[in-house]
Design a protein around this ligand. Structure first.
Ligand code: AMP
Ligand code: MG
Length: 489
């Protein structure tokens, strides 16, 4: 095993396993019958200091399937709680095992987690396993998000297990290897606050601050600074989602990281026609996690996070609540100003004017009214070609267009610079739902991975206007409107 580890490049140091015991349960993944590599992320492997070729040999695959524990790993399932659709529950890694933290050649510390490795003490009624389709889906979307420049967990590999999993249908079992800054969630803090001692909560907070926010560790009240920093990172993250039309689908507090990375790609999807009410998830019947609700839900989740820190913010409970409220109160403004900056960039604007907000809002209203595609409208504005857009030749839109054109001249930057800014901020390509489904169907039904390979290639350069094929920009046929994503992953 030593040789194998050296050859594959694993270099673990498992700081999470040194936290107080209630935060995890140590256990090994449950071996599977017949592991096979389906997809492997060579570039990511290299950046992690791993040797892709060796990892794709039998022993390497055995590690990614959970059949063999690599040297230096301390496999464990993490404990956490969380508000699911507003209701608080004890959760935990029911179908995930953290192998450990890989120390990379660049000096980063990154979690290596197997998703779908079998039952754990937190599995409740579940089988601890995952299906091939959903794991490939997470692979595609997380890698697309990374290429879009949005903080996210990454995907190193998907292997099949040779065992079936039973959902609505029988699926091929699979395991995803997920890479993350950490898997510490708002729900991890909720777990500590609900069931742990103050010492345990302090240990978790100090650990998380050192790992993700070391610059505030020496602050007078590091916990207040920590809270404010987490709020900032989440405001920045959710802004980025909004600017590309990404809908997470299950923004439960256990699916919100403290590091500020997007995590847990379940029933997520990208919006086609612009509508703030867009929901894809079949289980989100109330639209709690609709596109337009993501910013306020982010604030709600951060309030739950702030509550967990109360005992650390001040000895006096009333004062602690005041401090928490103060910190949280900046979130809506912070989001708004990030969002305005981002929307200005999408319109090629470098400077700020008071009327920009109404310029932006008017465009969005027109897009909603005429069912314009979110991505393609901004792409069309960038290329100054809205030929196939429902807004073209609309008199109200033409009026808006003139206003925008004039507004663009009221800045020092040249037209070319403005167009470049738009190209850098408006993706030409997003993972369109029908394209993702097409790739998954080919992989699942026919074992054909070439459709997914091609899609991943295109998605790796989303801002490349020259290279991208317009076939990947087309909207689905009208049936696409009924697109639903399922949580039974
Ligand atoms: P998720 O919807 O993926 O965020 O999962 C919510 C909770 O359900 C987490 O505690 C998961 O670990 C758990 N869970 C989801 N699927 C399974 C499964 N197949 N077996 C066991 N636990 C699961
Ligand atoms: Mg989750």
């Amino acid at each position: 095993m030593t040789n194998q580890s050296n050859q594959t490049g694993w270099n673990f140091d498992n700081s999470y396993s040194r936290l107080p015991e209630p935060f995890f349960s140590k256990l090994n993944p449950i071996p599977v019958q017949d592991p096979k590599m389906v997809i492997f992320n060579d570039a990511l492997a290299t950046s992690l200091g791993l040797h892709g070729q060796e990892l794709q040999q039998e022993e390497g695959i055995n590690v990614l399937a959970g059949n063999q524990v690599p040297e230096g790993a301390t496999p464990l399932a993490q404990a956490y709680g969380g508000h699911q659709f507003g209701h608080f529950n004890m959760l935990g890694d029911g179908r995930a095992i953290l192998l450990g933290e890989q120390l990379t050649p660049q000096g980063e510390r990154l979690d290596i987690q197997l998703k779908g490795p079998g039952r754990t003490p937190y599995s409740r009624g579940g089988d601890g396993r995952a299906g091939l389709g959903p794991m490939l889906r997470e692979y595609i979307i997380s890698e697309a998000m990374h290429a879009l420049g949005i903080p996210t967990t990454r995907s190193l590999a998907v292997v099949t297990t040779g065992e079936p999993v039973y959902r609505e249908t029988v699926q091929e079992g699979a395991i995803l290897t997920r890479v993350a800054s950490s898997h510490i969630r708002v729900g991890t803090f909720q777990y500590a606050a609900a069931w742990g001692s103050k010492e345990e909560l302090t240990a978790l907070a100090d650990y998380t601050i050192k790992r993700h926010y070391p610059n505030v560790y020496e602050d007078d009240n590091r916990y207040v600074s920590f809270l404010k920093e987490v709020i900032k990172r989440q405001a920045a993250l959710i802004t980025k989602w909004q600017l590309v039309g990404f809908i997470h689908g299950v923004m439960n507090t256990d699916n919100m990281t403290i590091s500020g990375e997007t995590i847990d790609y379940g029933p997520c999807a990208f919006m086609d026609t612009y509508d703030p009410g867009t929901v894809f998830s079949s289980i989100d019947r109330q639209g709690r996690y609709a596109y337009g609700n993501q910013p306020p839900i982010g604030g709600w989740n951060l309030s739950r996070f702030a509550e967990t820190l109360l005992p650390l913010l001040h000895e006096d409970e009333e004062k602690a609540v005041e401090i928490a409220q103060d910190a949280i109160s900046i979130y809506p403004e912070l989001f708004k100003s990030n969002w305005l900056d981002g929307m200005r960039a999408k319109l090629g604007l470098f400077t700020k004017e008071k009327e920009d907000e109404s310029l932006i809002e008017t465009l969005l209203e027109l897009m909603q009214k005429h069912r314009a595609d979110f991505t393609n409208t901004f792409r069309g504005l960038t290329l100054e070609n809205l030929q196939d857009n429902p807004l073209s030749e609309n008199p109200k839109f033409e009026q808006w267009y003139e206003l925008w054109k004039t507004r663009r001249t009221r800045q020092q930057q040249s037209k070319e610079e403005s167009v470049q800014l738009m190209k850098n901020t408006n993706p030409a390509i997003i993972p369109r739902n029908h394209r993702v489904e097409e790739a998954l169907a080919a992989a699942e039904d026919d074992g054909n991975l070439s459709v997914m390979g091609k899609l991943l290639g295109v998605l790796s350069n989303p801002y490349d206007y020259e290279e991208n094929e317009s076939t990947y920009c087309t909207m689905p046929d009208p049936l696409g409107k009924a697109y639903k994503t399922f949580c039974g992953t």
